[in-house]
Design a protein. Structure first.
Lengths: 147, 662
């Protein structure tokens, strides 16, 4: 299948952009964790590895999308869903840490709550999630995604 | 008031327990994976002058009784003489469910079919003609959505109606080929002459069971001296052929009935299938599962921390209050060191337990945990464990006791023994307070990572142990794993919260009984003999700790930690309770541990690993004995756990010391 025939070429292109941003976010997290980062993001080596895993899911979606449209939808849907859910978890984790520090009378910065790389990567994935969710649902309701 | 005894039968994961809860108004645990119910649960409901007694059977695909839970279901159907059998059928997969229907019909008991999950079938574009189904089966069919309680009242009315029928139930008969029916008649006639040997079985049904290769029945008749025609005189190949004909006849009728009563949109790809392509992917499946678990444990630690700090403040306030009131020093010590120090140090971790149960419940409700078992199958199989063993493992994260009982879903005894021996390595919720305490004190911001590491280590040790037992003791191959993946569902916040509350409440009950008792014993031993400094090395508990301490000296554990391990055998929560009592109360526990010069992060890690691996609690050991049926394997399970715990803790201490130079 030729991609130029896609009715969803913008969404497909967006998958490529999210692949890059998620990969970069993963590398930033790992660099911060290794102590060679900018200090703007939370150091998190395991979290960085998870972001790279999600980037690999998006990359697979992009590659599959060239010949297998349902494959593109399923990989990009799961990638975006995991990213958004994990970003929500990251906010909860950082909020918990922030509140603990406050309650123990230690110094805490409100901005740390949104300092996880997951959150910034997830913001870009939200439109993708909305788009591919519609396509995924369309598959079971006679939509055109699986043609 | 008339008693109506009904049995719930059906395939695994079709919503039997959900319907049971809905009818009886109880809260038995339901799961979105097979094997949650492994023993019969009974409940009662009174309605319109009738007392309906409901028994929820374990799920089964057939009445062949290959696994212990299938055997339980079959025995109950055949021997308990219910007034009505309710078969719960998954409306999204009628054909597969009808296979069991064909077997249930032959028993000849009055039946009602509850067609569950009709909402999901509608969502999937399926049109089900319940009347057609009813006409074809000659069994009343009621459409229900058990999760929402829809159709349940109509089902109850139908049950009452069917139970009051005076005429015997006549269902549609399976049409077997002539070669089969002639043998059924031959065996049936023989068994009619020996009907007293069959108990509640009809000769016709017993003949079919024998033709299908029911080894239990065959063995029972042989033990009573019967020589069964055809069965004992025909070669196995021919018997297998007949059994296959019976199987095909059952599938044929299931297919015919489904074709005429269900219309679905062919060629559509379901979203669940597309999602499964990724979540059960051979490369991505396991990393995705590990990522989910990593976030779950990060949340368990961080999200519950503010609540823990809040509870600590409350206990701190009560301790100060206690110290400011004029009272007998012994009573003050009892209340302050024993009750608040011991029980308090356990109760502060209740938020972590609640958060963990909430997250596991959400993962389970979505249907993801069943996929996790599926993706782990390849890994499990390669080390000699049955893929289905992973479900007891997952249950073991909550509590080892139901997890050990869930091994009844395993067919082979070898698979069961290996799984039971390895389940205690799954870190149950009771061990979480130990990790939260030590990881929080010694690992700071990396505490969540350490807790995740411990849970993964538990799985790794379980898998390695299975590999060793499979290679050295049980050299046969594990049986193949067939698992039906449940549909994906949006998790219900209310259901998850209810599940979390019931599990958490169990923990609180234990805190009130077992843990309270345990810490009071520790307090008494720490106070006696009279006149010694509380909790000192001269107290009884100090003496006990010092007697065993040399055994643990290579691991770097001080005598207080050893006391925690000894009393942790009662229940793992008592480990923290004991330490709270010995280290000057809940308020002081963290700072005392941090200030103890005999402790450092490597010893803390070794201690957490030892607690993870060394012994299940008394309750779990009791269930291991019950399920193994022998003290030999129970002893092996205990010995193996202690050995593995010691070896791992030793390696951590000595390899870790090389890095930190301690």
């Amino acid at each position: 299948m030729n991609n130029t025939t896609y009715p969803h070429q913008y969404l497909y292109g967006w998958t490529g952009i999210v692949t890059l941003t998620t990969g970069i976010a993963g590398i930033i997290s790992i660099r911060e964790g290794a102590g060679i980062g900018t200090g703007l993001f939370i150091p998190d080596i395991p979290g960085g590895c998870i972001l790279l895993l999600i980037a690999a899911l998006f990359a697979t979606a992009v590659i599959k999308g060239r010949t297998d449209r349902p494959g593109w939808i399923s990989f990009s849907y799961i990638g975006a869903l995991l990213l958004v859910v994990f970003a929500g978890c990251a906010i909860l984790v950082e909020t918990g840490n922030f509140l603990t520090l406050i309650m123990e009378g230690e110094e805490a910065h409100l901005l740390t709550i949104v300092s996880s790389s997951f959150i910034w990567a997830a913001i870009l994935a939200i439109p993708l999630l909305a788009g591919v969710s519609k396509l995924l649902y369309g598959c079971s309701c006679g939509g055109d995604c699986c043609e | 008031m008339k008693d109506i005894r009904i049995l719930f039968a059906g395939n695994p994961n079709v919503g039997k327990t959900t319907l049971f809860n809905s009818i009886c108004g109880v809260h038995q645990h339901t799961g979105n994976y097979p094997g949650v119910t492994v023993e019969i649960k009974t409940g009662k409901r009174q309605i319109n002058g009738h007392s309906i007694i409901v028994s929820d059977l374990p799920g089964t695909y057939s009445l062949s009784a290959f696994t212990p839970d299938e055997q339980v279901a079959r025995d109950a159907l055949l021997s308990s003489g219910p007034d009505v059998v309710i078969q719960i059928i998954d409306a999204t997969n009628i054909e597969r469910n009808l296979f069991l229907t064909t077997q249930l019909m032959e028993i000849g008991l009055p039946m009602v079919i509850a067609l569950n999950m009709c909402d999901l079938a509608d969502e999937q574009g399926m049109t089900i003609d319940a009347d057609c189904l009813e006409r074809n089966l000659k069994i009343p069919v009621v459409r229900i959505v058990a999760r929402k309680g829809e159709g349940v009242e109509e089902l109850i009315k139908t049950i009452i109606q069917v139970s009051t029928h005076k005429t015997p139930a006549v269902h549609r008969a399976v049409e077997y080929p002539h070669s089969v029916t002639s043998h059924i008649s031959e065996i049936g006639n023989y068994l009619s002459a020996h009907a007293s040997l069959l108990g509640s079985l009809s000769p016709h049904y017993a003949a079919i069971r024998l033709m299908e290769g029911d080894e239990h029945l065959e063995k029972m008749l042989h033990e009573k001296g019967c020589t069964i025609p055809f069965i004992d005189t025909t070669d196995p190949a021919e018997r297998d052929g007949i059994a296959e004909d019976i199987l095909l006849a059952r599938y044929k009728i299931s297919e015919e009935i489904t074709t005429c009563s269900v219309q679905c949109s062919m060629g559509r790809v379901m979203p669940g299938d597309l999602i499964d392509q990724v979540l059960t992917h051979r490369l991505f499946g396991i990393p995705i599962f590990l990522s989910c678990m990593w976030f779950a444990f990060q949340l368990t630690f961080s999200a519950s921390n503010p609540f823990i700090v809040g509870i600590e403040y409350i206990f701190g306030y009560f301790t100060e209050l206690m110290n400011s009131v004029d009272m007998d020093p012994l009573i003050r010590s009892f209340l302050s060191d024993g009750v608040i120090g011991g029980v308090g140090s356990v109760l502060v971790f209740v938020p972590s337990i609640f958060v963990m149960f909430l997250l596991l419940s959400i993962l389970e409700d979505t249907g993801y945990l069943a996929r996790a078992a599926f993706v782990m199958d390849r890994l499990m199989h390669s080390v000699g464990l049955h893929g289905r063993s992973f479900i007891p493992f997952l249950i073991g994260f909550g509590c080892n006791v139901p997890a050990i009982m869930a091994t009844r879903t395993l067919q082979s005894r070898a698979d069961r023994i290996i799984t039971i021996i390895t389940i205690p390595f799954m870190s149950c919720a009771a061990r979480l307070p130990v990790y939260v305490l030590f990881a929080g004190v010694f690992f700071g911001a990396a505490a969540g990572n350490v807790i995740f590491f411990l849970y993964v280590l538990g799985i790794v040790v379980a898998i390695l142990s299975a590999l060793i037992f499979r290679r050295l003791v049980f050299k046969d191959e594990p049986s193949p794993f067939i698992m039906e993946l449940p549909p994906y569902r949006k998790p219900s916040g209310f259901a998850a919260a209810v599940h979390m509350w019931f599990k958490g409440r169990e923990y609180l009950k234990r805190a009130g009984l077992v843990i309270f008792g345990g810490v009071i014993v520790v307090w008494a031993l720490a106070t006696l003999p009279a006149g010694v400094e509380y909790g000192s090395a001269d107290s009884l508990v100090g003496i006990i700790g010092q007697v065993f301490q040399p055994v643990f000296a290579p691991l770097g554990f001080n005598w207080q930690l050893v006391v925690g391990l000894i009393f942790g055998f009662i229940a793992k929560e008592v480990v923290v309770g004991s330490l709270g009592t010995l280290y000057g109360g809940e308020e002081m526990l963290e700072s005392s541990l941090a200030a103890d010069p005999t402790l450092h992060p490597i010893i803390a890690l070794a201690y957490m690993v030892f607690v993870l691996l060394y012994l299940p609690c008394v309750a779990a050991l009791g269930v291991i004995r019950q399920e193994m049926g022998t003290w030999k394997w129970t002893g092996i399970a205990i010995g193996w756990g202690i050995f593995v715990a010691y070896v791992f803790a030793f390696i951590i201490v000595h390899v870790g010391s090389l890095f930190i130079g301690a």
